[in-house]
Ligand binder design. Structure first.
Ligand SMILES: Cc1cc2nc3c(=O)[nH]c(=O)nc-3n(C[C@H](O)[C@H](O)[C@H](O)COP(=O)(O)O)c2cc1C
Length: 192
């Protein structure tokens, strides 16, 4: 059951429904076609100067890319992420071919991943982004050019049975989702 957060204002259902679970169905299978709309949504994100500094490595459970991403995860993430239908590495191009720094690349990638995660919610999928992984190890495994870096990784799949999670994670799965009040978010100018 998705722990329901409080909302000061109603928001679009896919935004309200998005959350980051750890209990994934280990029998659910995704294909690249299933994920096409999610990557298409990521592709149509805004970016600085339309630089589109994002790219993705998609691993479907059982393939080599999935194994490479899984192998780079911190233990606390691998324990649940291994059951997801897909693992994705989110890659930013930090410098141009001419060696110029793309200072907004990480911001742009994050926005693109946000598009992905909202479209995934529309598709009935769940996404859990992670920073707990070895970026150097994964970059090497993916043979990334030094101009590129893996900034985050994410699981994609459908909800599984939380009872199958280790006890600590099972408890965390049921915790209410919390946010700062809107009054602490819009901090200057007109306030809430
Ligand atoms: C950049 C980034 C890194 C994250 N790293 C981890 C992680 O390593 N492990 C984990 O379990 N969750 C991770 N999360 C998930 C956050 O904990 C989660 O998004 C946050 O608690 C809000 O919950 P919600 O996504 O369900 O709204 C990460 C999220 C982001 C955006």
């Amino acid at each position: 059951m998705t722990p329901t957060p409080d909302h000061s204002f109603d928001i679009h259902p896919p935004l309200a429904d998005r959350w980051s679970p750890r209990a994934y169905s280990h029998t659910h299978v995704l294909t690249k076609d299933d994920l096409g709309p999610c990557f298409e949504a990521a592709r149509w994100s805004a970016s600085s100067g339309n630089s589109q500094p994002w790219s993705f490595a998609l691993g479907l459970r059982g393939d080599d890319t999935f194994a490479a991403i899984l192998g780079s995860l911190a233990e606390g993430n691998a324990v649940w992420a291994q059951h997801a239908s897909a693992l994705v590495a989110n890659i930013a191009q930090l410098t141009t071919a001419e060696g110029k720094s793309q200072s907004h690349a990480v911001y742009d990638l994050g926005q693109s991943v946000a598009h992905f995660s909202v479209q995934a919610t529309v598709e009935g999928l769940v996404v859990h982004q992670m920073g707990g992984f070895d970026a150097d190890q994964l970059g090497a495994a993916l043979q990334l050019d030094p101009s590129h870096a893996v900034i985050s990784v994410m699981t994609v799949g459908v909800i599984g049975d939380p009872a199958e999670l280790p006890e600590k994670l099972r408890e965390r799965e049921a915790l209410p989702r919390m946010r700062k009040p809107l009054s602490d978010v819009v901090t200057h100018g007109v306030r809430y």
